[in-house]
Design a protein around this ligand. Structure first.
Ligand code: C2E
Ligand code: MG
Ligand code: MG
Length: 600
């Protein structure tokens, strides 16, 4: 071969390899054309044959068992070299091809049309072969060239339609979907298969990398991971690039969870070592089993992705799709989606109020406003479930605004009815970084003509610690306008004494986990006594949450606790019941007051 020929062959091979067609699974889009070629010629064998450095590899084939043959003396190799149509009426009568492998295997007739790219590289041939010598009509040759052009259109279409990711060069999500559908149609029905999704890093890691590094960080992560995965995966198996830093593949047909997952674990263990040393990224893997024939591709991909996401919090960073977890995720998503319309009105949301009582006098001194959501289909949803979901979203601020407005409207109504108690409202971490939060609170108080001291805002330690400096500034501003502040769920978060000392809080509410069961737990008792002494010494009033029995109440009284809240006194009450509980004459209210007097 001359130097120029060598150069042409090198760039031809580069063009072929760039297309990433070699060793990819069969595809119906190509098989359809190949079947048509065999029919047009009335011949048993047809193939889309790509000319690699030393082999002819068949992207699609009819009537041939092998997926490739050596390039030496293969007629398709000659088509690739010359770029022209080649017809051999009888291989045995041909001086050059008479001793070729094809001739030795009984093939006598060959016709091949070049598969030429738009920039002129010949990738191989669309060919038909037969066991008898044969003539070819010009019309047949025309058809063969048309079919070769259709193959090329298909190849180019795949690229134009974005079947290959430009960065990794791997087939992308669209190709995953098409291959999945082919596999569903052609694979043995009811066969159990495994889809695997690999995340190179958590969303948080990608987010923080994007803030400090250029996009070349992700590019490098993806290309190194691609190379690594290609080296790990069995030859002939495909990896798909389905998200920014996310890959998918199918486990080999016979793989089971029992044998395949430990193998994945081992590979992942080595990958994590590499990833940690070169990138601040922790890969995770999700595996989703499915049954061929009846599976929905997007569902399988979604469940494997969801498992991979969940795997990020597992010690081994690999997780198998769980129906229960999926249902929980779906429910969280639904709640988040539908809470927005609940906020817009329609009576799904309401507040209930739980009394706070003074330990010494037994008088009701306050009410904590607690949100309730009655979903039109799902029924009552506990705030323990929906509040954490919405607190991770942009809905946290409008929710507090809704609660604040409803609570102060109620406060106004009670005051008009002669009831003077402080109203406590829970606020979220997101409120503490809202620039106009304090102004909103002030505006709402003015709207209902209420003094700032009638409102207490409850905030957890963890919420403060999300943005300590901005939170401190907001809390100081809240204190400045005369609204009271309570640290909620004290003891469950950071409980840093230095921040407690600097906090402008009026009240510290000891979390119910320390209070419930206190009567039988000596360690809890000494912990709670210490908490009470400490917080009181720092100048805060102490409220115990979750007081359920009189023994606990008695203990707290001796320990010096200022106020208590809990089922012993009342569960959260509807607004009207709260009013009668405090001053009215219902049997429940009277019983409650009798109890309080007895305890005081
Ligand atoms: P939290 O602020 O600590 O509220 C106290 C929770 O303890 C309430 O649950 C209350 O019903 C419950 N509780 C009161 N006494 C007892 C008792 O004696 N025993 C037991 N086992 N539980 C008792 P709820 O209403 O389910 O609220 C749960 C959490 O949801 C609240 O905890 C608060 O963090 C959040 N939440 C509720 N309403 C709102 C709201 O309007 N805004 C925000 N941001 N969070 C809210
Ligand atoms: Mg609270
Ligand atoms: Mg609490």
């Amino acid at each position: 071969m001359t130097f120029t020929c060598q150069q042409t062959e090198t760039s031809r091979l580069e063009a072929l390899h760039r297309l990433r067609l070699l060793d990819t699974p069969p595809s119906e889009a190509f098989d359809r054309i190949t079947r048509m070629a065999a029919r047009v010629f009335g011949l048993p064998i047809a193939a889309v044959s790509l000319t690699d450095a030393d082999r002819q590899w068949f992207k699609s084939r009819v009537g041939v068992e092998h997926t490739s043959i050596p390039r030496v003396k293969a007629p398709c190799g000659t088509v690739a070299d010359t770029g022209g149509v080649l017809v051999i009426p009888d291989l045995l009568a041909d001086d050059y091809f008479c001793d070729s492998i094809l001739a030795a295997s009984g093939v006598r007739y060959y016709a091949g049309a070049p598969l030429t790219t738009a920039d002129g590289h010949c990738l191989g041939a669309m060919c038909v072969l037969g066991p008898e010598p044969r003539h070819t009509t010009p019309e047949e040759l025309g058809h063969l060239s048309d079919l070769a052009a259709m193959v090329m259109a298909q190849i180019e279409l795949q690229h134009a339609m974005g079947r290959v990711d430009p960065l990794s060069g791997l087939p992308n999500r669209n190709q995953f979907i098409e291959d999945f559908q082919d596999m569903q149609r052609d694979g043995p029905p009811d066969e159990q298969r495994l889809a695997v999704v690999v995340n190179l890093a958590t969303l948080e890691q990608l987010g923080s990398a994007a803030r400090v590094k250029s996009s070349s960080y992700l590019d490098q992560l993806v290309s190194e991971a691609t190379q690594w995965m290609r080296a790990q995966i069995e030859p002939g198996r495909q990896i798909y690039h389905v998200g920014d830093a996310q890959f998918a593949m199918f486990a080999p047909p016979c793989a089971t969870l029992e044998d395949y997952v430990p193998r994945l674990k081992e590979k992942l263990r080595r990958a994590i070592g590499l990833a940690h040393s070169r990138h601040i990224a922790t890969p995770s893997i999700g595996v989703a089993p499915f049954v061929l024939g009846g599976a929905n591709c997007l569902d399988v991909l979604r469940t494997a992705q969801s498992a991979a996401h969940g795997a990020a919090s597992q010690p081994c960073r690999i997780a198998i799709y769980s129906r229960a977890e999926d249902a929980a995720c779906q429910r969280r998503f639904r709640l988040l989606n539908e809470f927005g319309s609940a906020l817009e009105g329609g009576g799904q949301l309401r507040l209930v109020f739980q009394p706070r009582v003074d330990m010494k006098t037994g008088a009701c001194v306050g009410a904590e406003a607690l949100l309730r959501w009655t979903h039109p289909e799902l029924g009552n949803i506990s705030p323990g479930e929906f509040i954490p979901v919405i607190e991770c979203s942009g809905l946290a601020q409008p929710t507090t605004a809704w609660v604040l407005n409803a609570a102060l409207r109620q406060q106004r109504a009670w005051r008009n009815a002669g009831l003077q108690v402080q109203m406590a409202v829970n606020v979220s971490a997101a409120n503490l970084i809202e620039p106009d939060f304090v102004a909103q609170v002030e505006h709402c108080l003015n709207m209902y003509d209420l003094p700032p001291s009638c409102l207490e805002l409850e905030i957890t330690e963890s919420a403060i610690m999300e943005h300590p400096e901005r939170a401190q500034a907001t809390l100081a501003a809240i204190g400045d306008i005369g609204v009271h502040l309570a640290i909620d769920d004290f003891g469950t978060g950071y409980s840093s004494l230095s921040y407690l000392q600097s906090m402008p809080a009026d009240v510290v509410k000891i979390d119910q986990s320390f209070i419930i069961g206190l009567e039988d737990d000596v360690r809890k008792q000494s912990l709670v006594s210490t908490m009470i002494t400490l917080t009181r010494d720092l100048g805060h009033r102490v409220v115990a949450e979750g007081v359920e029995c009189s023994a606990v109440h008695a203990f707290l009284q001796v320990a010096g606790c200022d106020e208590a809240q809990g089922y012993l006194f009342a569960r959260p009450l509807e607004a009207a019941s709260f009013l009668s509980w405090c001053g009215g004459g219902s049997a429940e209210a009277q019983a409650g007051r009798r109890l309080l007097r007895a305890l005081a």
